[in-house]
Design a protein around this ligand. Structure first.
Ligand code: GLA
Length: 730
């Protein structure tokens, strides 16, 4: 008997089905997991093993999923290579999704299907939970697939529990195990370093395992972020090709294995990294893995990114559908050297510039060990009396007088050895007890797996809010990797990496319970921590300390595949030799901020910035909440071109940046726009020009069809190295 569950039938509000009792027929249970365009099909075999037999376009008739043939050529591999959650120590000899040591020391696991339930959370969101159990050990795994129907996005995670007589050790515990069939697989992944974030590489996957991972503990993404794309059959383009995007929602060590198996199919296993992390799990305690989020598009990278961006705005990023604050940051204009007078002047500059908020960066704290450089004071979150004798209240008051908001920088997870905190609580610090300390940026990481440290970190931020109710923004930094990973608190060191991140999330949960909406920037010495696990608590992230604008075009471009524009904090700074217009135009393709000496701007430069903020305001709805379309890639063109269209398809803005400095580089041909309404008329004109400059681009009115079929040449070239085109519906 075939038993189909119309799991994601949109007409049904709540479907809760348990298939217990169908054990005798379980061999033919087929479980389709559908979104608007895609389907994953799971099947329970006659051995009760759960396998993934299909991942691709949704079929019109879902009863046909039962006809999906076996996915491996040899019967003996069916339900093994394509296991929906590969176990170890029994029949499987490939890379497992889960590996355990039972209470009696045995290392075998065989998971069999028990039952499944489908919960319709709302019209768009459904949760399928499948229970699997070992027949010999009291050990259970629930696989969860939460689908976002309209966004074509799935989040997958597992929950592991046992009721064995003693503790069980989890040696590996993936979030998701996918099985994909295609002729070939093209992996696009990223590597980086400080100021070199998000460098893309694409390669065809061969047989064997390609692993993307991090073992850095905190600031986990600095060498490699947990985001990737896999094009199926051939490398996908912006608007064509079949492509899967994946991203692990976890702010710690991750591991993503991509294995072309002996039958030429792709096994994908994603989760927390099990490196030095054998997790001791008590009986009856549920171990929940982070979510692995993915989307599949048959219309190329552009659609896949819009799927993910719209999911993120709606369901993941804090206040993803809300506004963002423009700001002036003082990091690059003062570094650690400021006082009341300097900051008062900067607060006035904030007002003159016309941004919403002033952000006070590092250096405002520490007395016994003043924070006058990065070598001391971190951890001592008392206002530095020499620099700021009137405290933070004076600054919030001055901000108010200037009609702007006030925000502040913290790095509460870290400590300088030269600090009162370190002197008082050496047992709160992550370090090997008998080995020399090893620093990054002269600092060490606090042991957030310890509840006392969690309370301290919560207290640091809470106190700031309690004492300064006007505080309107936090920049939360995290500048060190976890060397010498050892927790004085943990009995089982294998639990440390996991419990550190859980400790961090628990602090953030508490903060968000008390301060649900205050915008916070996720920063980590640049982009060392950018992931959806953290973005649940943050409104935006800092992509890189590298703010040289040509570099930024590339960095922001690559992040844009995975994260919506309103989450990318782009600050105009004095890095590089490009004029203020180019720097500002580049920062405007995300969340705009400044970190410049406003008082040193020439009058026409200040006027330009003020005008740019007005342009930004006019198009912020399109940039923050609209659809993003990549028109020309900076990696293969002289001019990078990207546009944003608001949801009504009424207002759009096109950014064009010259990224090649060679002779005669520029946009010589029309660039076709995307995302407009074909039969609607739009007036196009250049905006954001320096005062007194005329445009070589003629204002005119065209149909959407014309703009998308013929296109327009923005005339970006040397002397016009950034061109912003407003597209206003008539
Ligand atoms: C990190 C951040 C910078 C700045 C400094 C302050 O490097 O990325 O933006 O906040 O810390 O020390």
């Amino acid at each position: 008997m075939n038993f189909f569950v119309r799991s994601f039938s949109r007409s049904v509000i709540i479907v809760l089905m348990t298939l217990k009792g169908f054990g005798a027929n379980a061999q033919s249970t087929v479980i389709p997991i559908e979104t608007k365009n895609n389907a994953i099909v799971l099947r329970v075999g006659d051995d009760k093993r759960l396998s993934m037999v299909y991942f691709g376009g949704k079929l019109a008739n879902n009863t046909e999923y039962a006809a999906v043939p076996k996915v491996t050529k040899q019967d003996k591999y069916d339900n093994v290579y394509n296991s929906a959650y590969t176990t170890s120590g029994t029949h499987n000899l490939l890379e497992p999704a889960i590996e355990v040591t039972h209470a009696d020391g045995n290392k075998s696991l065989e998971l069999q299907y028990v039952d499944h339930t489908v919960t319709k959370i709302n019209d768009d969101v459904s949760l399928l939970s499948i229970r699997l159990k070992d027949s010999l050990y009291n050990f259970e795994v629930t696989l969860n697939y939460q689908t976002y129907y309209n966004e074509n996005v799935t989040e997958q995670w597992s929950v592991i529990t046992h009721h064995e007589k003693k503790d069980v050790v989890l040696n590996k515990y993936a979030s998701a195990n996918l099985y994909i069939q295609a002729d070939s697989y093209w992996l696009n992944h990223y590597h980086g370093e400080w100021a070199q974030e998000m460098r893309a590489e694409e390669e065809q996957l061969n047989h064997g395992i390609k692993t993307l991972d991090s073992k850095l503990g905190s600031r986990a993404d600095i060498f490699q972020p947990p985001v990737f794309m896999v094009s199926l059959n051939k490398p996908a383009g912006e608007d064509e090709g079949l492509v899967l995007y994946g991203n692990l929602e976890w702010s710690g060590n991750f591991r993503i294995d991509l294995e072309v198996d002996p039958t030429n199919n792709l096994r994908l296993i994603a989760g927390m990294n099990n490196y030095a992390a054998n997790y001791t799990l008590k009986a009856g305690v549920a171990f929940e893995t982070p979510k692995f989020v993915y989307t599949l598009s048959d219309k190329g990278k552009g659609e896949a990114s819009r799927n993910l961006q719209s999911w993120a705005r709606k369901y993941k990023v804090l206040d993803g559908q809300g506004p963002r604050l423009t700001l002036l940051n003082n990091w690059e204009s003062t570094y650690f050297d400021f006082n009341n007078d300097k900051l008062s002047a900067l607060l006035k500059d904030t007002k003159d510039l016309g941004v919403d908020l002033f952000l006070l960066d590092d250096g405002w704290f520490g007395n016994k060990y003043p924070r006058n450089g990065d070598h001391a004071g971190l951890g001592d979150w008392e206002v530095n009396k020499a620099k700021l004798p009137l405290g933070i209240p004076f600054l919030t008051k001055t901000a108010k007088q200037n009609g702007v908001k006030f925000g502040i920088w913290v790095e509460p997870e870290m400590v300088n050895p030269k600090s009162e905190l370190y002197e008082k609580h050496p047992d709160w610090v992550v370090k090997q007890p008998n080995r020399p300390e090893f620093y990054m940026r002269n600092q060490l990481v606090l042991d957030l797996s310890n509840p006392a440290v969690q309370n301290f970190v919560f207290g640091v931020v809470d106190k700031l809010f309690v004492e300064n109710p006007e505080l309107a923004y936090i920049k939360w930094d995290c500048n060190a990797l976890m060397y010498n990973a050892y927790s004085p608190y943990q009995k089982n060191q294998g639990n440390f990496y996991t419990d550190y991140v859980r400790g961090l999330y628990s602090v953030l949960d508490r903060l968000r319970a008390k301060y649900p909406k205050v915008p916070m920037m996720l920063c980590s010495g640049g982009g060392g921590r950018v992931d959806y696990g953290a973005l649940k608590y943050f409104t935006e992230f800092w992509p890189s300390d590298n703010t040289e604008p040509i570099e930024r075009v590339f960095i922001q471009w690559e992040y844009s595949y995975f994260y919506p524009a309103l989450t990318s904090s782009n600050h105009v700074t004095d890095w590089g030799k490009q004029p203020i217009k180019f720097r500002t135009d580049v920062a405007m393709m995300g969340k705009l901020g400044f970190d410049i000496v406003v008082s040193k701007l020439k009058p026409e430069e200040l006027a330009y910035c003020q005008g740019a903020l007005k342009t930004y305001k006019e198009f912020s709805e399109a940039i923050w909440h609209g659809e993003q379309y990549r028109l020309q890639d900076p990696k293969t063109n002289d001019v990078a071109s990207i546009m944003y269209v608001d949801s009504a398809k009424n207002n759009a803005i096109m950014f064009n940046y010259l990224v090649n400095q060679r002779y005669q580089a520029g946009s010589h041909l029309p660039i076709r726009m995307k995302g407009l309404q074909e039969d609607k008329m739009y007036e196009v004109s250049e905006v954001n020009m320096m005062p007194g400059h005329n445009s070589s681009f003629a204002t005119a009115t065209y149909s959407g069809k014309f703009l998308m079929t013929v296109g327009l040449n923005p005339d970006a070239r040397s002397g016009r190295n950034s061109v912003l085109i407003a597209v206003r519906g008539k």
